[in-house]
Design a protein around this ligand. Structure first.
Ligand code: NOJ
Length: 494
């Protein structure tokens, strides 16, 4: 009862604060706007021109009901053939850059270290990149957006430490083949989803459910792979190519469910278990202490001979720390975090290691995705947290956006962008947070993983029933263009 009253008051006050107040602050001149997609979600051409099979091809073909409506990415938006149209859309939007990802299996069909490079795959990405540059749009390239080559999964996938060697070979190949054209590299997209959802909870390919173990091992290998790729770039390419490298990490904002110290502790623990799990080793040093302590202790009590959280050696800690040229954030929504009694010790898993009660407020506006409610002030709080926790780094927002069920007239999306951007510009101008880029997810409707094509995030709609995959501009695209050209969210800025 007390909690409900507190929540009502909080929501009311936040509402009061923001209701009539789209920011009049102007985005600084150096600030850049972009839009994003990812290979499996848009490219299609799943087996064309020598591309190998990846884990999403595999799961959608061998277990079609894994995805809503038995959708798959075999054709998706057909961007493999229609990339010039995509670039024309980006040009029309007026974005400064395009964030897209490379399909590892298109470049290295066998995936493994030392395997042959598919020239046609490289040609596709060179053509796309050149088309962007010819239109004055900067490429921002993600090396890995969840589509592990299937042969590597059959060797055990990310929990297998050997992945570091395979990823290093892939990264070096990509820097060699595309590094003359690309100056911003993102090693991994949302690794928590790869590890926790892919190997812990089974809701993303390859759909394993060994939480509290495989998800930690996956993360361990993945962080080492990131660091290796960073060093390869730094030592072999940076002086010639002059680019920058970072990792995209996602989190929701965790708001304490009450003013109590315990709920504040629960909220901080939750963000340490999400952003900090990846951010701390790379930006600070080692895993967050709260993760180390809790997982060590619970593992001991559960009778494990060693902690379920793998340990970095001192040498590894030093090799990993500092492997970032900017901090990148994907952020969409918020959760309330409430302290709770320790769960039954026999429960082995990430959720019980975290042990925080997380929930969303019914009054927050819904989207088409059950996990995503509209909480604009969460973005301002998240970037402030990053700035404080990681000593005021340069921050890129590499994804932010909202889903609906479709339609060209999309007022909810316009409202979403206006309110999130309003909080972002205030964080920059009023709080002094060093955010320099904002990326809308997504350029166009696409394959939304387990939800298939049912949830639409695009600024452009795509007609998935037509062989042409016809693209149509939505009202939100006009709105975003206007923000980009005026750098203002209202008619006139201060
Ligand atoms: C995060 C992921 O990077 C992207 O692939 C996904 O489509 C969006 N969030 C929306 O869920």
């Amino acid at each position: 009862m007390k909690l409900r009253f507190f929540l009502l008051v909080t929501v009311f006050l936040v509402g009061l604060d923001k209701s009539n107040s789209t920011s009049k602050n102007k985005f600084p001149d150096y600030f850049k706007f972009g839009a994003a997609t990812a290979s499996y979600q848009v490219e299609g051409a799943w087996n064309e021109d020598g591309k190998g099979e990846n884990i999403w091809d595999h799961i959608t073909h061998t277990n079609p009901t894994y995805v809503e409506n038995e959708d798959n990415g075999d054709v998706a938006c057909d961007s493999y053939h229609k990339y010039k149209e995509d670039v024309a859309m980006l040009k029309d939007l007026g974005v400064d850059y395009y964030r897209f990802s490379l399909s590892w299996s298109r470049i290295l069909p066998y995936g493994v270290a030392g395997s042959p490079v598919n020239k046609l795959g490289i040609e596709y990405y060179r053509n796309l990149t050149q088309e962007l540059l010819d239109n004055g749009i900067e490429p921002m390239v993600t090396l890995f957006h969840w589509d592990t080559p299937e042969p590597l999964q059959e060797l055990g996938g990310w929990p297998n430490p050997e992945m570091e060697e395979h990823y290093a070979y892939y990264a070096r190949t990509v820097f060699e083949q595309l590094g003359d054209l690309v100056k911003i590299w993102l090693t991994f997209n949302e690794p928590k989803q790869t590890c926790l959802e892919g190997y812990g909870k089974g809701v993303k390919a390859p759909a394993f459910t060994t939480t509290g173990m495989a998800d930690y091992k996956c993360t361990h290998t993945l962080i080492k792979s990131h660091a290796k790729a960073y060093h390869i770039y730094d030592e072999e390419f940076k002086s010639k190519q002059g680019g920058r490298v970072g990792m995209v990490i996602d989190t929701v904002w965790f708001e304490p469910a009450s003013g109590s110290e315990k709920d504040a502790e629960a909220a901080e623990r939750a963000i340490q278990f999400t952003y900090g799990w990846y951010g701390n080793p790379i930006i600070l040093e080692n895993y967050p202490q709260v993760m180390i302590d809790r997982i060590d202790e619970r593992s001991k009590q559960q009778g494990f001979a060693q902690s379920r959280l793998p340990k970095f050696s001192e040498e590894e800690v030093n090799y990993i720390k500092g492997t970032y040229d900017f901090v990148a954030l994907n952020m969409y929504t918020a959760n309330y975090a409430e302290w709770k009694e320790e769960t039954d010790i026999s429960d082995v898993g990430y959720d019980s290691d975290l042990n925080v009660h997380l929930f969303m407020d019914d009054s927050w506006e819904e989207s088409a995705s059950s996990w995503l409610r509209v909480v604009p002030w969460g973005l301002r709080k998240t970037v402030n947290w990053l700035s404080k926790t990681y000593n005021n780094p340069e921050i890129f927002i590499t994804e932010n956006g909202v889903s609906d069920r479709g339609g060209i007239d999309d007022p909810q999306r316009i409202n979403f962008y206006r309110e999130y951007l309003s909080n972002l510009v205030d964080a920059i101008v009023e709080d002094g947070v060093n955010v320099t880029r904002y990326t809308a997810w997504s350029l166009m409707d696409n394959f939304e993983w387990g939800s298939g094509y049912s949830e639409k995030f695009g600024l452009y709609s795509v007609d998935f029933s037509s062989p042409e995959r016809t693209r149509t501009k939505k009202a939100s695209a006009d709105y975003y263009s206007q923000v980009i050209s005026t750098r203002c969210l209202v008619d006139s800025c201060e």
